[in-house]
Design a protein around this ligand. Structure first.
Ligand SMILES: N[C@@H](CCC(=O)N[C@@H](CS)C(=O)NCC(=O)O)C(=O)O
Length: 220
C-alpha cells in the first residue's frame, strides 16, 4: 500500500503512527504543498479532494480522509474495538477531532509557525486560539474521566481516537498554546509515545516534531 503524504502533515502523521503501532509497512509518496504537488493531475486522479493523506491499495483503489484510512487499517485489530458501544465512542471522538479539534489547532500551527504570515493578535488567530483551547479542555476533561490508565474512548487498549487526536495535540505549542495548562494531556501524550512502534513526525528524528521547515531545507 502507498501513502500519499507531506513531510509535516499532522493528518498524514496519524496514518503513519497507526501503521507503526500495527507494524504495517506503507510505501510513502511524499508531496510538497509548498511546491504545488497537490495540484498535480496524477495526484488528483488518486485524491479527488486534492488532500493528503490518501492511501492507495495494491489494486489501485484509493481512500482519502484520515479517519476513514485509520478505520480501514485498524479493522480487525484492537485499535478498532468490536463492541457496538465502544465503536460508537470511538466515532464520537473521531467526529470531535474533525469538527472541533484539528481545524483550529492546524490553522494556528500553519499561520503562526509554518508560514508565519499572521500575528497572534489577528482576529482569526484569536478566534482559532479560543476554539483550540476549548477543544483541548474537552479532551482534558475526557481523559480525567477515563482515569490514568484509560484512553480517550476506550479503557483496556488505545483506539484510533487516540491516534487521531495525538498529532495536533502534540503540536499545539506551535500555535502558541501551553499544554502545561492542562493536567491530563502531557501524561497521555507521553503514554502514546511509549507504545511499541511509535513513529515521530520525521522517522527516527523525534527532535524534529516541531520543525517549521521541510527537512531538505535544514530544519531549525
Ligand atoms: N479532513 C481531512 C483534512 C486533510 C487535510 O487538511 N490535509 C491537508 C494537509 S494536513 C492538505 O492536504 N492540505 C492541502 C491544501 O490545503 O491544499 C483529513 O482528516 O484527512
Amino acid at each position: 500500500m502507498k501513502l500519499y503524504d507531506t513531510q509535516r502533515s499532522g493528518n498524514a502523521w496519524k496514518v503513519r503512527l497507526l501503521a507503526g503501532f500495527l507494524n504495517k509497512s506503507l510505501q510513502r509518496v511524499t508531496l510538497s504543498i509548498d511546491r504545488g504537488n497537490l495540484g498535480d493531475p496524477e495526484f488528483l486522479k488518486r485524491s479527488p479532494l486534492g488532500m493528503v493523506p490518501t492511501l492507495e491499495l495494491d489494486d489501485g483503489r484509493t481512500i482519502s480522509e484520515s479517519i476513514a484510512i485509520l478505520q480501514f487499517l485498524a479493522h480487525g485489530t484492537p485499535w478498532w474495538p468490536i463492541a457496538a458501544l465502544d465503536q460508537a465512542y470511538v466515532l464520537m471522538w473521531l467526529s470531535f477531532e474533525q469538527s472541533q479539534h484539528m481545524h483550529p489547532l492546524a490553522k494556528l500551527r500553519l499561520h503562526l509557525s509554518l508560514h508565519r504570515d499572521r500575528g497572534v493578535g489577528d482576529e482569526d488567530m484569536v478566534r482559532f486560539k479560543d476554539e483550540a483551547k476549548r477543544a483541548l479542555h474537552l479532551l482534558d476533561d475526557q481523559l480525567a474521566r477515563q482515569g490514568s490508565s484509560g484512553w480517550v474512548a476506550t479503557q483496556a487498549h488505545p483506539s484510533i481516537a487516540d491516534v487521531a487526536l495525538y498529532p495536533y495535540t502534540r503540536l499545539a505549542s506551535m500555535g502558541g498554546i501551553d499544554l502545561g495548562a492542562f493536567q491530563n494531556l502531557s501524561p497521555w501524550l507521553s503514554r502514546m509515545e511509549s507504545l511499541p512502534g511509535y513513529q515521530p513526525l520525521f522517522p527516527g528524528r523525534p527532535e524534529l516534531n516541531f520543525s517549521t521547515v521541510e527537512i531538505e531545507d535544514k530544519p531549525k
